[in-house]
Ligand binder design. Sequence first.
Ligand SMILES: N[C@@H](CCC(=O)N[C@@H](CS)C(=O)NCC(=O)O)C(=O)O
Length: 179
Amino acid sequence: MTLKLFNYFRSSASYRVRIALHWKNLSFEYIPVHLTKAGGEQHSAEYRRLNPMGHVPALVHGEYVLAESLAIIEYLDRVFPERPLLPNDPAARGRVIQISEIINSGIQPYQNLKVLQDFEKTYGWDVTQREDWVRKWVTAGLASLEKVVEKNGGHIRGGWRGDSRRCLHRSTAVQHPKI
Ligand SMILES: N[C@@H](CCC(=O)N[C@@H](CS)C(=O)NCC(=O)O)C(=O)O
């Protein structure tokens, strides 16, 4: 059964899944979904049938379609258990999911394209206003993330394995010099 990944090259959620696929040495078909060309290919009726949220990435494995990067990573780990991404130990697994969710739900959505587009379209915010708002929430999220990681004896750069690290992306990293 082939694996197809509908994704966009600079989407952080797409990065997560591509990193997981490469980590597991799985070959996959890369299907680009351009987020800005022609108003955004993620809004097409065809793509919305795969993911009604209109987000990338979406994985197609045979007849099975799955969206949400962390759900995809969990699925890949179950179906292709070689080179695991998530630890088996319940406490370690819980911690990895906690850290991943801080990024996935607590940081990334604040800088999502549709949020920034809506600020411009609905509220008329200029680029400085948009960036200030994003920086405020991303910085707060990263500060919390750092506390959680430090409390658990880790640091983000160097040797830190697991799914939560795969959630980090350069767009958030540039906001925070320590990462
Ligand atoms: N929690 C979702 C987030 C997916 C997401 O927000 N993807 C962004 C790109 S990183 C997207 O498709 N945005 C499209 C838009 O804002 O219109 C996941 O992990 O897959």
